[in-house]
Design a protein around this ligand. Structure first.
Ligand code: ZN
Ligand code: ZN
Ligand code: FE
Length: 735
């Protein structure tokens, strides 16, 4: 038995939606409730997963004809034991959030239209209707009406006006409605000047010729090149100054994805959904993708065309292309024509531009399959700003998140709206993006916070900004916020055991935490257990250099460090003195750094090219059939990784394949989570933090916990990484 919560967004109020759901539930013998919430219709029903999935399908397909469902989000929860099915009273004072939908991928009708020679919108790149098209990235104010979108500068032609005002037309009140006569136009800019004719044909030819094309899309500029061409991709890496971080690949069709990647249900559904995210898939050996697209990575970030512009271009190409954010590394994605031309001048050979302004940037979202559910790793286009429904009312709270993978959030009534992914707050540009997002969310929802939440870390730019706002400030411990985010999503009541594993976050004792077992109570939390601390040579520098974590671990365990000498070819003398310095080597309990250290010792990675690369390489090589495990005992609330490390080093010296070493390492950590859970004696266990982006670790740990009778909760609508922190902060500070 499970409980399914369905949030239905779109034009779903005042169209007989609740009575329809009531009749359907009765028909299927399901118990639960339906209500009109501040952001749409919310449904909860108990039942077996199979029946509930069927119920969700029927809601989508048999809904009242006058309703328009733009997005439907499902969250799997513990059964509530409902006795009957009821229509509950409406809740929420504000209707505002119901208006703001995410950007929706091109619908089948519009796709057919742009491919029909007799239609006036044939080949038109800005075709959309009430079911599809840009939303979040064009809205400038509320209520959602054309004058308050970036389409304001495109007065409707008579034909479009007719469609817009005809109640039975599928473009009735479609605010971004456009056609070749009245809507935005495409053009191409190259060194030779501007081209206004056969723009898509020429852009396609440039890509075929190994050029890099910057294309203005829905949420910003994307950089495109032939994904089969090692030369083109290598050129893009060089110009973008991007080492080995994988590029996403846009395929022309679902069928072409299937040829290149292992594609299972529900991954195919996600690719063709209205959110149209990047889905991480296992690639097939025969996939014709240049190695430089995702070096040494068995996975590929795959997406399908999600706007008519993409469809038209991909139809001309017929092969996969790299589609990566148009930015310099770490900066937010460029969205304005002039700025993009300046910033991307050294990267792109040509610009495929249009004159529809983008109101706010939105990167492509990234998801993967984990424990049978969708796990969001980056939440932006297609998901933002769909509100997260929580079970208790919140006082108006603004939460500023952490530092990396920043998001901000506002919470009120029974909902939390999380901003789109804003990036790492390392550059002036991303800082400005964070401040803009706060201003933007507050203006859009006419929201006035009464309290502000931020991280405990005093030096985060988000914390500093919070301090300038002149409102009551709640400083939330980082790992507590991670657990709270998952509790908010999973509708969990305290107490729970939160396993919060990530890189680094400031703890309440002033040290750097990251391998935490927190018992979260109604008010506050206690640190029930944690990994054994070890020095982190050079502090933050260790995030970039996994070999430093290895050094710290060996030093702490008083093991022979000389095996690391080869990993520090130029500065071994200085390096080996580093861990002893309490000044330069702060102590940490970070699970992320333990993974790094293991990856270094296993010879996988000494210097990271991007955040988390070493830990990822350890996951990638895991032999899933290996059942062996390393010992990792717990004593007095301290999880001791020393025996685990000893065993791993023994295997390394015996030249055991790294795939098995990695599996035994993962298995040992999964097992110790169960041991801690047994001591904590709490039914509900939450797995959160960036380390649990690792699907093997999540699945292994969850399976072991479940076999011992625990209820395991992992993220579904929020990222387990720091992108989820703002929601957790809002949930704690707002209640
Ligand atoms: Zn459409
Ligand atoms: Zn028109
Ligand atoms: Fe974190």
């Amino acid at each position: 038995m499970r409980r399914l919560r369905l949030c239905v967004f779109g034009a779903v109020q005042g169209v007989g939606f609740r009575p329809f759901v009531y009749r359907l539930a009765l028909d299927m013998g399901l118990k639960g409730w339906v209500l009109n919430g501040p952001s749409g219709v919310v449904i909860e029903v108990d039942g077996s997963p199979k029946v509930l999935e069927r119920f969700a399908e029927r809601v989508a397909h048999e809904r009242p004809t006058a309703s328009v469902v733009a997005a439907m989000e499902s969250v799997w929860l513990e059964p509530a034991g409902f006795q009957d099915f009821e229509i509950k009273a409406s809740e929420g004072s504000s209707q505002l959030s119901a208006w703001i939908l995410p950007d929706l991928a091109t619908c089948p009708d519009c796709l057919k239209e742009i491919n029909s020679p007799e239609e006036r919108r044939r080949d038109y790149a800005f075709t959309n209707c009430t079911l599809c098209g840009p939303r979040f990235t064009i809205i400038t104010g509320l209520p959602y009406d054309r004058p308050r979108t970036t389409m304001a500068g495109f007065p409707l032609c008579p034909k479009c006006r007719e469609e817009y005002t005809a109640p039975h037309d599928r473009r009735f009140h479609a605010q971004p409605i456009a056609c070749p006569d009245c809507g935005p136009k495409l053009w191409l800019e190259t060194n030779e000047g501007r081209v206004d004719d056969k723009v898509l044909d020429q852009a396609a030819q440039l890509i075929r010729d190994d050029s890099i094309v910057a294309m203005k899309g829905i949420g910003g500029f994307l950089l495109l090149c032939d994904a089969r061409s090692e030369e083109a991709v290598a050129k893009l890496r060089l110009r973008k100054k991007r080492g080995e971080k994988p590029f996403a690949v846009m395929f022309p069709t679902l069928k072409s994805v299937e040829e290149a990647c292992v594609l299972a249900w529900p991954e195919a559904d996600w690719l063709i959904s209205a959110a149209a995210p990047i889905v991480l898939l296992k690639r097939k050996p025969k996939a014709k993708i240049a190695p430089a697209v995702a070096p040494n990575n068995p996975r590929l970030g795959v997406l399908l065309p999600y706007a008519p512009l993409h469809h038209l271009l991909m139809q001309r190409l017929g092969f996969p292309i790299v589609a990566t954010s148009g930015n310099l590394s770490e900066e937010p994605i460029a969205k304005d024509n002039d700025i993009a031309k300046k910033k991307l001048a050294g990267i792109a050979d040509a610009f495929l531009m249009h004159d529809r302004p983008i109101a706010r940037h939105a990167d492509d979202s990234i998801v993967r399959l984990s424990r049978g559910h969708q796990l969001i790793l980056r939440r932006a286009r297609g998901f933002a700003p769909l509100p997260l429904r929580v079970s208790k009312p919140l006082r108006p709270v603004l939460a500023l998140g952490a530092h990396l993978k920043s998001t901000v959030a506002i919470g009120w009534d029974k909902q939390i709206v999380v901003s789109q992914h804003l990036g790492d707050l390392e550059t002036a540009e991303s800082l400005a993006a964070m401040r803009d997002a706060v201003k933007d969310l507050c203006a859009l929802y006419r929201f006035k916070p009464e309290v502000v939440a931020c991280d405990l870390h005093p030096d985060y730019a988000s914390t500093r900004f919070a301090e300038t706002l002149g409102l009551p400030l709640v400083r939330v411990q980082h790992h507590h916020a991670h657990v709270a985010a998952c509790m908010a999503e999973a509708d969990l009541e305290a107490p729970v055991l939160g396993v919060s594993w990530d890189g680094l976050g400031l703890g309440t004792d002033g040290t750097l935490w990251g391998g935490e077992f927190l018992i979260v109570e109604k008010k506050g939390f206690q640190r029930f257990a944690h990994l054994r601390p070890f020095p982190l040579p050079g502090g933050d520098a260790a995030t970039r250099e996994p070999r430093r974590s290895a050094l710290g671990l060996l030093f702490e365990a008083k093991m022979d460090m000389s095996r690391l000498e080869a990993f520090f070819p130029t500065d071994w003398q200085a390096a080996q003195r580093l861990p002893a310095s309490t000044m330069l080597s702060p102590r940490t309990t970070s699970a992320g750094r333990l993974f790094d250290g293991m990856a270094s010792l296993a010879g996988l990675r000494q210097v990271n090219d991007f955040e988390g690369q070493a830990a990822m390489s350890l996951e990638h090589c895991v032999d899933e059939n290996e059942l062996g495990t390393y010992p990792c005992p717990i004593k007095d609330g301290v999880v001791d990784w020393e025996p685990l490390l000893q065993a791993a080093l023994g295997d390394i010296d015996r030249r055991v394949p790294v795939s098995r070493i990695s599996a035994r390492f993962h298995n040992g950590l999964a097992r110790v989570v169960v041991e801690v859970a047994k001591l904590a004696k709490l039914k509900n266990v939450v797995l959160t933090g960036g380390v649990f982006q690792n699907a093997y670790l999540s699945e292994k740990t969850a399976a072991l916990l479940e076999s011992e009778g625990f209820k395991v909760h992992t993220h579904q609508r929020l990222p387990p990484n720091d992108g989820g922190i703002s929601a957790g902060q809002a949930f704690l500070a707002g209640s």
